[in-house]
Design a protein around this ligand. Structure first.
Ligand SMILES: NC(=O)c1ccc[n+]([C@@H]2O[C@H](COP(=O)([O-])OP(=O)(O)OC[C@H]3O[C@@H](n4cnc5c(N)ncnc54)[C@H](O)[C@@H]3O)[C@@H](O)[C@H]2O)c1
Length: 427
């Protein structure tokens, strides 16, 4: 097993560095992080799995992050996508030869054989557990987009691989954003120190319009269709409570300090054209000790939207990222960059300082919170956290959505029929 720890021999404390280096002081004045001794350079090699909208965005965010760390240079060494031309198109932006741009369901394995230090993963969520585990076993540091699985066994794989990453000194950061966003960090800091007393309830929302969808082409395989139209299939995305609303549920878990004990939800499908997802969910999350969070998410055009979090405490209240009414508790000066960039700054700095961040468990638990709400909504049953994490006799402990990630590594994937959806009380 390779340990990708970066040599720390040249790293110096910020104070010592400023004392001894005018260049260091200039870098700090320019708003850059200073980690190495004067004039020292470090290069990290990066690679990207999943060259779609967010993958390209994450790559650019990562490159921008490096410009904020004095002496750091990044080099893109490989790309992988289900569609080789997408891998080549992204690689081409960085003058990568086509031989380093891999295509197909096994492309991630070729990418992981390269000498990349850091791998960015931005495929559809169903592939995350398999790709993340393989990346960790290959000794790579990882940035992975949220959510990180679509079913409970996938979550358990993420947690296990996250523990292995910890053991092997690998950094893991997830694209949940808000944990790297200064206004959220400041409020969470204050809430954790009692600024609103004890949280007793709240509401989290991601309500908006419909996302894009794709229809099946006449000559297209089911696998290609599902990969292109992944935001319409629960097997690929986890449904939008998982794919999108995970951001807000992550804030609830973070502010409250732990995931919920159980979920009871309802929802339905009204307008969608393809796939098998619901259009709306309303879930009561019971965090124990009388604490309830109401979660609402909807993707229906022409309806009122809202994306935020609200928490009521025994001594005040707050929105997720601001508007706190309670005790005035001063938080540290968190960097106030675009959170999409700050995620990468935090990952890269942690790697370079040999103090790797590891967010695998947090993002796994937030994703599982959303999955618990979805299972409850689809079935109409109360679902307990233990049913997904401990109780092996539960009907949901081994619930595996199919076609599953490994099915896409060989021909023969059969797509679920469009418009056949879960019926609460029957499934
Ligand atoms: N943090 C955020 O704000 C944010 C925003 C958008 C998307 N996302 C997340 O990013 C991920 C990707 O979303 P997107 O909008 O970029 O979707 P997308 O469809 O634009 O891109 C996904 C890419 O992955 C490729 N792909 C699919 N399966 C693959 C496989 N097995 N191997 C290699 N490549 C594969 C697809 O061909 C496609 O190019 C999702 O998990 C989504 O939830 C996060």
């Amino acid at each position: 097993m390779k340990n990708k720890s970066v040599e720390a021999s040249a790293s110096v404390s910020r104070r010592d560095f400023i004392k001894t280096s005018a260049a260091g002081a200039a870098a700090i004045l320019a708003g850059k992080s200073v980690i190495f001794a004067a004039g020292a350079k470090r290069k990290l090699k990066i690679a990207l799995i999943g060259c779609g909208g967010r993958g390209n965005g994450a790559l650019d965010n990562c490159m921008e992050a490096a410009t904020n760390i004095d002496g750091l240079e990044l080099e893109l060494v490989a790309t992988a996508d289900w569609f080789k031309q997408k891998a080549e198109s992204t690689g081409g932006r960085f003058k990568l030869p086509p031989s380093k741009c891999f295509g197909g369901g096994n492309a991630y394995k070729q990418l992981l054989e390269t000498n990349a230090d850091v791998v960015l993963i931005a495929t559809s969520p169903n592939f995350r557990p398999v790709h993340f585990e393989a990346a960790v076993k290959a000794g790579k540091h990882v940035f992975m987009e949220k959510p990180v699985a679509v079913d409970p066994p996938g979550i358990r794989k993420i947690i296990e691989a996250g523990e292995l990453a910890k053991k092997n000194g690998l950094g893991v950061v997830a694209g949940t954003q808000r944990r790297h966003q200064a206004n959220y960090q400041r409020i969470q800091y204050a809430v954790e120190r009692g600024a609103i007393g004890k949280i007793v309830g709240g509401c989290v929302w991601w309500c908006g319009g419909a996302l894009w969808y794709q229809t099946k082409k006449a000559d297209e395989s089911d696998a290609d269709y599902m990969v292109r139209n992944w935001v319409s299939f629960t097997e690929m995305s986890g449904d939008h409570i998982v794919e999108q609303h995970v951001h807000n549920l992550d804030v609830a878990n973070w502010y409250i300090g732990h995931p919920p004990d159980n979920a009871l939800g309802f929802g339905g499908r009204a307008r969608r054209k393809t796939g098998n997802q619901f259009d709306f969910f309303s879930v009561d999350y019971d965090y124990g000790d009388g604490v309830h969070i109401h979660s609402m998410c909807r993707q229906v055009n022409g309806t009122d939207g809202d994306v935020r979090e609200f928490f009521a405490g025994t001594e005040g209240q707050t929105m997720g990222g601001g508007g706190l009414k309670g005790k005035d508790i001063k938080a540290p000066d968190y960097p106030d960059r675009n959170a999409y960039v700050q995620e990468h700054v935090d990952l890269l700095e942690s790697i370079l300082k040999n103090e790797p961040l590891n967010e695998a468990r947090n993002v796994a638990e937030s994703t599982l919170t959303a999955i618990m709400g979805r299972i409850s909504t689809y079935t109409g049953k109360l679902v307990r956290w233990k049913d997904l994490t401990e109780n092996t006799n539960s009907p949901w402990y081994n619930l595996t959505l199919t076609p599953a990630a490994l099915d896409f590594e060989s021909p023969g994937v059969v797509a679920p029929p469009d418009d056949i959806v879960a019926i609460p009380g029957k499934d």
